[in-house]
Design a binder for this molecule. Sequence first.
Ligand code: SDX
Length: 394
Amino acid sequence: ELGYFTYDPGFMSTASCSSAITYIDGDEGVLMYRGYPIEQLAEHSTYLETCYLLFYGELPTSEQLSNFSRIIKRHSMLHEAIQRFYGGFRHDAHPMAIMVGVVGALSAFYHDNTDVHNPRHREISAHRLISKMPTIAAWSYKYAMGQPFQYPDNNLGYTENFLKMMYAVPTEEYRPNATFVRALDLILILHADHEQNASTSTVRLSGSSEANPFAAVSAGIASLWGPLHGGANEKVISMLEEIVASGNDVNHYVRRAKDKDDPFRLMGFGHRVYKNYDPRAKIIRTMCHELLAEMGAENQPLFEVALELERIATEDEYFVERKLYPNVDFYSGIILRAMGIPLNMFTVIFALARTVGWITHWNEMINDPESRIGRPRQLYTGSAPREYRPIENR
Ligand code: SDX
Protein backbone atom coordinates (compact mmCIF):
# COMPACT_ATOMS: atom_id res chain seq x y z
CA GLU A 1 0.00 0.00 0.00
CA LEU A 2 1.53 3.35 -1.03
CA GLY A 3 -0.93 6.18 -0.47
CA TYR A 4 -3.96 5.75 -2.76
CA PHE A 5 -2.46 3.06 -4.97
CA THR A 6 -1.21 -0.44 -4.38
CA TYR A 7 1.59 -1.90 -6.43
CA ASP A 8 2.47 -5.53 -7.06
CA PRO A 9 5.96 -6.56 -5.79
CA GLY A 10 7.12 -7.05 -9.40
CA PHE A 11 6.49 -3.40 -10.22
CA MET A 12 7.94 -2.26 -6.88
CA SER A 13 11.26 -3.91 -7.79
CA THR A 14 11.47 -1.91 -11.05
CA ALA A 15 10.55 1.49 -9.58
CA SER A 16 13.54 3.87 -9.31
CA CYS A 17 11.92 6.13 -6.72
CA SER A 18 8.64 7.10 -5.05
CA SER A 19 6.97 10.40 -5.87
CA ALA A 20 3.74 12.20 -4.97
CA ILE A 21 3.69 14.51 -7.99
CA THR A 22 2.29 12.72 -11.05
CA TYR A 23 0.54 9.40 -11.55
CA ILE A 24 0.40 7.47 -14.83
CA ASP A 25 -1.50 4.23 -15.50
CA GLY A 26 -0.02 3.19 -18.85
CA ASP A 27 -2.47 0.33 -19.41
CA GLU A 28 -5.54 2.48 -18.75
CA GLY A 29 -4.18 5.69 -20.30
CA VAL A 30 -4.55 7.66 -17.06
CA LEU A 31 -2.50 10.79 -16.19
CA MET A 32 -2.99 12.84 -13.01
CA TYR A 33 -1.06 15.82 -11.61
CA ARG A 34 -1.28 15.75 -7.78
CA GLY A 35 -4.43 13.60 -8.08
CA TYR A 36 -6.23 15.83 -10.60
CA PRO A 37 -7.02 14.09 -13.96
CA ILE A 38 -5.24 15.79 -16.88
CA GLU A 39 -8.59 16.11 -18.69
CA GLN A 40 -9.98 18.32 -15.88
CA LEU A 41 -6.85 20.48 -15.70
CA ALA A 42 -6.90 20.85 -19.49
CA GLU A 43 -10.51 22.01 -19.37
CA HIS A 44 -10.45 24.27 -16.30
CA SER A 45 -6.90 25.29 -15.36
CA THR A 46 -4.17 27.57 -16.72
CA TYR A 47 -0.50 26.74 -17.06
CA LEU A 48 0.49 29.09 -14.23
CA GLU A 49 -2.14 27.58 -11.92
CA THR A 50 -0.89 24.11 -12.91
CA CYS A 51 2.67 25.22 -12.04
CA TYR A 52 1.43 26.19 -8.57
CA LEU A 53 -0.41 22.86 -8.20
CA LEU A 54 2.61 20.81 -9.23
CA PHE A 55 5.14 22.68 -7.08
CA TYR A 56 3.06 23.26 -3.93
CA GLY A 57 0.81 20.18 -4.21
CA GLU A 58 -2.54 21.98 -3.99
CA LEU A 59 -4.67 24.14 -6.28
CA PRO A 60 -4.16 27.77 -5.19
CA THR A 61 -6.77 30.10 -3.74
CA SER A 62 -7.28 33.23 -5.83
CA GLU A 63 -5.04 35.15 -3.40
CA GLN A 64 -2.31 32.49 -3.60
CA LEU A 65 -2.48 32.49 -7.40
CA SER A 66 -2.27 36.28 -7.73
CA ASN A 67 0.69 36.33 -5.31
CA PHE A 68 2.40 33.51 -7.23
CA SER A 69 1.75 35.32 -10.52
CA ARG A 70 3.25 38.53 -9.10
CA ILE A 71 6.38 36.67 -7.96
CA ILE A 72 6.80 34.91 -11.31
CA LYS A 73 6.45 38.22 -13.18
CA ARG A 74 9.05 39.80 -10.90
CA HIS A 75 11.68 37.26 -11.96
CA SER A 76 10.92 37.39 -15.71
CA MET A 77 13.89 39.58 -16.71
CA LEU A 78 17.37 38.19 -17.28
CA HIS A 79 20.70 39.71 -16.20
CA GLU A 80 21.66 41.96 -19.12
CA ALA A 81 25.03 40.21 -19.52
CA ILE A 82 23.19 37.00 -20.44
CA GLN A 83 22.30 38.58 -23.79
CA ARG A 84 25.98 38.33 -24.72
CA PHE A 85 25.75 34.52 -24.51
CA TYR A 86 23.39 34.50 -27.48
CA GLY A 87 25.88 36.40 -29.63
CA GLY A 88 28.42 33.62 -29.09
CA PHE A 89 26.29 31.08 -30.97
CA ARG A 90 26.35 30.61 -34.76
CA HIS A 91 23.39 32.37 -36.38
CA ASP A 92 21.91 28.99 -37.37
CA ALA A 93 22.38 27.30 -33.99
CA HIS A 94 19.42 25.07 -33.03
CA PRO A 95 17.47 26.89 -30.29
CA MET A 96 17.72 23.77 -28.10
CA ALA A 97 21.53 24.09 -28.20
CA ILE A 98 21.12 27.69 -27.06
CA MET A 99 18.70 26.63 -24.29
CA VAL A 100 21.16 24.04 -22.93
CA GLY A 101 23.91 26.65 -22.85
CA VAL A 102 22.01 29.63 -21.50
CA VAL A 103 20.07 27.72 -18.81
CA GLY A 104 23.28 26.08 -17.60
CA ALA A 105 24.89 29.53 -17.48
CA LEU A 106 22.18 30.83 -15.11
CA SER A 107 24.22 29.23 -12.33
CA ALA A 108 26.93 31.81 -13.13
CA PHE A 109 24.49 34.66 -12.54
CA TYR A 110 22.05 33.52 -9.86
CA HIS A 111 24.39 32.03 -7.31
CA ASP A 112 22.70 33.65 -4.32
CA ASN A 113 20.06 31.44 -2.65
CA THR A 114 21.56 28.20 -3.93
CA ASP A 115 21.87 26.27 -0.67
CA VAL A 116 19.95 23.24 -1.94
CA HIS A 117 19.13 22.21 1.64
CA ASN A 118 17.36 25.50 2.29
CA PRO A 119 13.67 25.09 1.25
CA ARG A 120 13.33 28.84 0.68
CA HIS A 121 16.37 28.83 -1.62
CA ARG A 122 14.88 25.88 -3.54
CA GLU A 123 11.61 27.79 -3.89
CA ILE A 124 13.45 30.87 -5.24
CA SER A 125 15.32 28.72 -7.79
CA ALA A 126 11.99 27.24 -8.90
CA HIS A 127 10.44 30.71 -9.25
CA ARG A 128 13.42 31.93 -11.24
CA LEU A 129 13.37 28.97 -13.64
CA ILE A 130 9.59 29.03 -14.22
CA SER A 131 9.75 32.78 -14.75
CA LYS A 132 12.86 33.07 -16.91
CA MET A 133 12.31 30.15 -19.29
CA PRO A 134 9.85 32.06 -21.54
CA THR A 135 12.36 34.93 -21.86
CA ILE A 136 15.28 32.56 -22.57
CA ALA A 137 13.17 30.57 -25.07
CA ALA A 138 11.79 33.61 -26.88
CA TRP A 139 15.26 35.16 -27.12
CA SER A 140 16.64 31.94 -28.65
CA TYR A 141 14.04 32.41 -31.40
CA LYS A 142 14.77 36.13 -31.80
CA TYR A 143 18.50 35.42 -32.07
CA ALA A 144 17.90 32.81 -34.80
CA MET A 145 15.66 35.31 -36.64
CA GLY A 146 18.16 38.14 -36.30
CA GLN A 147 15.48 40.29 -34.68
CA PRO A 148 15.91 42.48 -31.56
CA PHE A 149 15.17 40.81 -28.24
CA GLN A 150 11.83 41.79 -26.68
CA TYR A 151 11.74 42.31 -22.92
CA PRO A 152 8.98 40.72 -20.83
CA ASP A 153 5.82 42.80 -20.47
CA ASN A 154 4.53 42.12 -16.99
CA ASN A 155 1.14 43.57 -17.82
CA LEU A 156 0.48 40.33 -19.71
CA GLY A 157 -0.26 36.81 -18.55
CA TYR A 158 2.47 34.18 -18.61
CA THR A 159 1.74 32.59 -21.99
CA GLU A 160 0.74 35.83 -23.72
CA ASN A 161 3.99 37.39 -22.47
CA PHE A 162 5.96 34.57 -24.08
CA LEU A 163 4.16 34.90 -27.41
CA LYS A 164 4.74 38.66 -27.39
CA MET A 165 8.48 38.18 -26.73
CA MET A 166 8.49 35.70 -29.63
CA TYR A 167 6.59 37.72 -32.19
CA ALA A 168 6.65 41.46 -31.27
CA VAL A 169 8.91 43.69 -33.36
CA PRO A 170 9.74 47.37 -32.62
CA THR A 171 8.37 48.52 -35.95
CA GLU A 172 4.79 47.40 -35.47
CA GLU A 173 2.12 47.28 -32.78
CA TYR A 174 1.86 43.74 -31.40
CA ARG A 175 -1.65 42.27 -31.67
CA PRO A 176 -2.16 39.20 -29.43
CA ASN A 177 -4.24 36.31 -30.73
CA ALA A 178 -6.43 35.08 -27.86
CA THR A 179 -7.03 31.74 -29.60
CA PHE A 180 -3.28 31.12 -29.88
CA VAL A 181 -2.72 32.13 -26.24
CA ARG A 182 -5.34 29.62 -25.03
CA ALA A 183 -4.08 26.88 -27.37
CA LEU A 184 -0.47 27.32 -26.26
CA ASP A 185 -1.45 27.54 -22.59
CA LEU A 186 -3.21 24.18 -22.98
CA ILE A 187 -0.17 22.67 -24.74
CA LEU A 188 1.98 23.86 -21.79
CA ILE A 189 -0.40 22.26 -19.25
CA LEU A 190 -0.29 18.94 -21.11
CA HIS A 191 3.53 18.93 -21.20
CA ALA A 192 4.12 20.20 -17.64
CA ASP A 193 5.06 16.90 -16.05
CA HIS A 194 5.12 13.20 -16.80
CA GLU A 195 6.57 11.24 -13.88
CA GLN A 196 10.03 9.67 -14.35
CA ASN A 197 10.60 10.22 -18.09
CA ALA A 198 14.14 10.38 -19.46
CA SER A 199 14.65 14.13 -18.99
CA THR A 200 13.09 14.26 -15.51
CA SER A 201 15.20 11.28 -14.44
CA THR A 202 18.22 13.14 -15.83
CA VAL A 203 17.39 16.17 -13.67
CA ARG A 204 16.89 13.96 -10.61
CA LEU A 205 20.13 12.02 -11.16
CA SER A 206 22.24 15.12 -11.86
CA GLY A 207 20.55 17.00 -9.00
CA SER A 208 21.13 14.09 -6.58
CA SER A 209 24.81 15.10 -6.35
CA GLU A 210 23.55 18.46 -4.94
CA ALA A 211 24.58 20.18 -8.19
CA ASN A 212 23.16 23.62 -8.91
CA PRO A 213 19.46 23.36 -9.95
CA PHE A 214 20.08 25.43 -13.10
CA ALA A 215 22.81 22.99 -14.17
CA ALA A 216 20.51 20.03 -13.43
CA VAL A 217 17.70 21.54 -15.54
CA SER A 218 20.19 22.21 -18.34
CA ALA A 219 20.98 18.47 -18.31
CA GLY A 220 17.24 17.77 -18.55
CA ILE A 221 16.97 20.04 -21.60
CA ALA A 222 19.81 18.13 -23.26
CA SER A 223 18.03 14.80 -22.67
CA LEU A 224 14.65 16.12 -23.84
CA TRP A 225 16.21 17.19 -27.17
CA GLY A 226 16.62 13.60 -28.34
CA PRO A 227 14.25 12.49 -31.16
CA LEU A 228 13.04 9.52 -29.09
CA HIS A 229 11.90 11.96 -26.37
CA GLY A 230 10.88 15.61 -26.68
CA GLY A 231 12.56 15.99 -30.05
CA ALA A 232 9.88 13.71 -31.54
CA ASN A 233 7.38 16.58 -31.98
CA GLU A 234 9.68 18.19 -34.55
CA LYS A 235 10.25 14.83 -36.31
CA VAL A 236 6.50 14.13 -36.52
CA ILE A 237 5.91 17.23 -38.66
CA SER A 238 8.89 16.37 -40.91
CA MET A 239 7.42 12.86 -41.30
CA LEU A 240 3.90 14.17 -42.08
CA GLU A 241 5.29 16.69 -44.58
CA GLU A 242 7.25 13.88 -46.30
CA ILE A 243 4.08 11.78 -46.50
CA VAL A 244 2.11 14.71 -47.96
CA ALA A 245 4.92 15.37 -50.46
CA SER A 246 4.84 11.65 -51.42
CA GLY A 247 1.21 12.04 -52.47
CA ASN A 248 -0.18 10.81 -49.12
CA ASP A 249 1.05 7.26 -49.60
CA VAL A 250 0.37 6.53 -45.91
CA ASN A 251 0.38 2.75 -46.36
CA HIS A 252 3.93 2.93 -47.74
CA TYR A 253 5.13 4.60 -44.54
CA VAL A 254 3.22 2.16 -42.33
CA ARG A 255 4.92 -0.69 -44.24
CA ARG A 256 8.31 0.99 -43.72
CA ALA A 257 7.63 1.37 -39.98
CA LYS A 258 7.01 -2.38 -39.75
CA ASP A 259 10.06 -3.35 -41.83
CA LYS A 260 12.85 -4.37 -39.44
CA ASP A 261 15.44 -3.63 -42.13
CA ASP A 262 14.18 -0.05 -42.37
CA PRO A 263 15.27 2.33 -39.56
CA PHE A 264 12.11 4.42 -40.17
CA ARG A 265 9.76 4.62 -37.19
CA LEU A 266 6.38 6.30 -36.96
CA MET A 267 7.40 9.35 -34.95
CA GLY A 268 4.80 10.27 -32.35
CA PHE A 269 3.80 6.60 -31.97
CA GLY A 270 4.62 4.32 -29.08
CA HIS A 271 5.58 4.99 -25.48
CA ARG A 272 7.63 3.39 -22.71
CA VAL A 273 4.69 3.51 -20.31
CA TYR A 274 1.45 4.09 -22.25
CA LYS A 275 0.33 0.81 -23.81
CA ASN A 276 -2.96 2.54 -24.51
CA TYR A 277 -3.84 5.87 -26.07
CA ASP A 278 -1.82 8.74 -24.47
CA PRO A 279 -4.57 10.86 -22.84
CA ARG A 280 -2.68 14.01 -23.85
CA ALA A 281 -2.79 13.00 -27.52
CA LYS A 282 -6.58 12.65 -27.33
CA ILE A 283 -6.93 16.19 -25.94
CA ILE A 284 -4.55 17.67 -28.52
CA ARG A 285 -6.32 15.85 -31.37
CA THR A 286 -9.58 17.53 -30.31
CA MET A 287 -7.73 20.86 -30.10
CA CYS A 288 -6.54 20.37 -33.68
CA HIS A 289 -10.09 19.94 -34.92
CA GLU A 290 -11.22 23.13 -33.12
CA LEU A 291 -8.20 25.32 -33.89
CA LEU A 292 -7.82 24.35 -37.56
CA ALA A 293 -11.56 24.77 -38.13
CA GLU A 294 -11.25 28.27 -36.70
CA MET A 295 -8.17 29.07 -38.76
CA GLY A 296 -8.77 27.68 -42.23
CA ALA A 297 -7.23 24.89 -44.27
CA GLU A 298 -3.53 25.73 -44.62
CA ASN A 299 -2.51 23.09 -42.08
CA GLN A 300 -5.39 20.74 -42.87
CA PRO A 301 -3.33 18.34 -45.12
CA LEU A 302 -0.95 17.50 -42.26
CA PHE A 303 -3.83 16.89 -39.87
CA GLU A 304 -5.71 14.73 -42.37
CA VAL A 305 -2.60 12.62 -43.00
CA ALA A 306 -2.08 12.29 -39.23
CA LEU A 307 -5.69 11.12 -38.75
CA GLU A 308 -5.32 8.64 -41.63
CA LEU A 309 -2.00 7.38 -40.21
CA GLU A 310 -3.60 6.88 -36.82
CA ARG A 311 -6.60 5.06 -38.35
CA ILE A 312 -4.44 2.66 -40.37
CA ALA A 313 -1.81 2.05 -37.67
CA THR A 314 -4.25 1.48 -34.81
CA GLU A 315 -6.06 -1.16 -36.91
CA ASP A 316 -2.80 -2.83 -38.04
CA GLU A 317 -1.79 -6.05 -36.27
CA TYR A 318 1.87 -4.96 -35.92
CA PHE A 319 0.92 -1.85 -33.93
CA VAL A 320 -1.95 -3.47 -32.04
CA GLU A 321 0.25 -6.40 -30.93
CA ARG A 322 2.94 -3.98 -29.69
CA LYS A 323 0.35 -1.62 -28.16
CA LEU A 324 1.67 1.34 -30.16
CA TYR A 325 -0.64 4.35 -30.03
CA PRO A 326 -0.19 8.07 -30.74
CA ASN A 327 1.69 9.83 -27.92
CA VAL A 328 1.73 13.47 -26.87
CA ASP A 329 4.05 14.39 -29.75
CA PHE A 330 1.88 13.03 -32.55
CA TYR A 331 -0.56 15.94 -32.86
CA SER A 332 1.13 18.70 -30.83
CA GLY A 333 3.26 19.90 -33.74
CA ILE A 334 0.15 20.49 -35.87
CA ILE A 335 -1.11 22.97 -33.27
CA LEU A 336 2.28 24.70 -32.94
CA ARG A 337 2.71 24.89 -36.69
CA ALA A 338 -0.79 26.30 -37.12
CA MET A 339 0.25 29.03 -34.69
CA GLY A 340 3.25 29.87 -36.86
CA ILE A 341 5.78 28.53 -34.38
CA PRO A 342 8.83 27.34 -36.37
CA LEU A 343 9.75 23.64 -36.35
CA ASN A 344 13.02 24.12 -34.46
CA MET A 345 11.13 25.80 -31.60
CA PHE A 346 8.79 22.85 -30.96
CA THR A 347 11.06 21.09 -28.47
CA VAL A 348 11.91 24.46 -26.89
CA ILE A 349 8.18 24.85 -26.13
CA PHE A 350 8.22 21.35 -24.62
CA ALA A 351 11.24 22.33 -22.46
CA LEU A 352 9.50 25.55 -21.38
CA ALA A 353 6.44 23.57 -20.29
CA ARG A 354 8.39 20.77 -18.59
CA THR A 355 10.57 23.13 -16.51
CA VAL A 356 7.99 23.13 -13.70
CA GLY A 357 7.96 19.31 -13.69
CA TRP A 358 11.73 19.08 -13.63
CA ILE A 359 12.19 21.56 -10.77
CA THR A 360 9.29 20.06 -8.79
CA HIS A 361 10.84 16.59 -8.97
CA TRP A 362 14.24 18.08 -8.06
CA ASN A 363 12.70 19.82 -5.05
CA GLU A 364 10.84 16.66 -3.95
CA MET A 365 14.02 14.59 -4.21
CA ILE A 366 16.26 17.04 -2.29
CA ASN A 367 13.55 17.54 0.33
CA ASP A 368 13.40 13.79 1.01
CA PRO A 369 15.58 13.04 4.06
CA GLU A 370 16.10 9.53 2.64
CA SER A 371 17.43 11.01 -0.61
CA ARG A 372 20.96 9.90 -1.59
CA ILE A 373 23.18 10.46 -4.61
CA GLY A 374 21.94 8.42 -7.56
CA ARG A 375 24.22 5.54 -8.44
CA PRO A 376 22.74 3.08 -11.00
CA ARG A 377 24.54 -0.31 -10.95
CA GLN A 378 25.46 -2.51 -13.94
CA LEU A 379 25.92 -6.14 -14.99
CA TYR A 380 29.64 -6.46 -15.93
CA THR A 381 30.11 -8.32 -19.24
CA GLY A 382 33.80 -7.49 -19.85
CA SER A 383 37.07 -9.48 -19.69
CA ALA A 384 38.10 -11.75 -16.84
CA PRO A 385 41.15 -10.49 -14.79
CA ARG A 386 44.40 -10.55 -16.88
CA GLU A 387 48.05 -9.39 -16.66
CA TYR A 388 49.40 -6.18 -18.25
CA ARG A 389 51.68 -6.81 -21.29
CA PRO A 390 54.40 -4.29 -22.37
CA ILE A 391 53.73 -2.75 -25.77
CA GLU A 392 56.65 -4.61 -27.40
CA ASN A 393 54.95 -7.89 -26.53
CA ARG A 394 51.52 -7.10 -28.01
C1 SDX B 1 7.92 11.40 -25.08
O1 SDX B 1 8.65 8.74 -21.02
C2 SDX B 1 7.86 9.74 -21.19
O2 SDX B 1 6.96 9.93 -20.37
C3 SDX B 1 8.13 10.58 -22.40
C4 SDX B 1 7.06 11.62 -22.72
C5 SDX B 1 7.02 12.72 -21.67
O3 SDX B 1 5.98 13.38 -21.57
O4 SDX B 1 8.08 12.97 -21.04
O5 SDX B 1 5.80 11.01 -22.84
C6 SDX B 1 7.37 12.32 -24.04
O6 SDX B 1 9.11 11.26 -25.20
C7 SDX B 1 6.96 10.62 -25.94
C8 SDX B 1 7.70 9.63 -26.92
C9 SDX B 1 8.15 10.42 -28.14
N1 SDX B 1 8.99 9.59 -29.03
C10 SDX B 1 8.53 9.14 -30.22
O7 SDX B 1 7.41 9.33 -30.66
C11 SDX B 1 9.58 8.40 -31.05
C12 SDX B 1 8.94 7.16 -31.72
N2 SDX B 1 8.64 6.21 -30.69
C13 SDX B 1 9.59 5.11 -30.48
O8 SDX B 1 10.91 5.41 -30.76
C14 SDX B 1 9.31 4.32 -29.21
O9 SDX B 1 7.98 4.01 -29.22
C15 SDX B 1 9.65 4.92 -27.87
C16 SDX B 1 11.08 5.35 -27.80
C17 SDX B 1 8.79 6.10 -27.56
C18 SDX B 1 9.38 3.86 -26.83
O10 SDX B 1 10.32 2.90 -26.98
P1 SDX B 1 10.12 1.46 -26.28
O11 SDX B 1 8.98 1.38 -25.34
O12 SDX B 1 11.48 1.07 -25.78
O13 SDX B 1 9.63 0.61 -27.43
P2 SDX B 1 10.57 -0.39 -28.12
O14 SDX B 1 11.66 0.39 -28.78
O15 SDX B 1 10.93 -1.46 -27.14
O16 SDX B 1 9.56 -0.99 -29.20
C19 SDX B 1 8.77 -2.14 -28.91
C20 SDX B 1 8.44 -2.66 -30.30
C21 SDX B 1 9.69 -2.84 -31.17
O17 SDX B 1 9.38 -3.83 -32.12
P3 SDX B 1 9.86 -5.38 -31.80
O18 SDX B 1 11.34 -5.32 -31.50
O19 SDX B 1 9.01 -5.81 -30.61
O20 SDX B 1 9.53 -6.14 -33.07
O21 SDX B 1 7.63 -1.69 -30.98
C22 SDX B 1 8.34 -1.19 -32.10
C23 SDX B 1 9.80 -1.52 -31.89
O22 SDX B 1 10.46 -1.65 -33.14
N3 SDX B 1 8.12 0.27 -32.11
C24 SDX B 1 7.84 0.96 -33.21
C25 SDX B 1 7.65 2.28 -32.76
N4 SDX B 1 7.82 2.34 -31.43
C26 SDX B 1 8.12 1.09 -31.03
N5 SDX B 1 7.73 0.60 -34.50
C27 SDX B 1 7.43 1.59 -35.37
N6 SDX B 1 7.22 2.88 -35.03
C28 SDX B 1 7.33 3.27 -33.73
N7 SDX B 1 7.15 4.54 -33.38
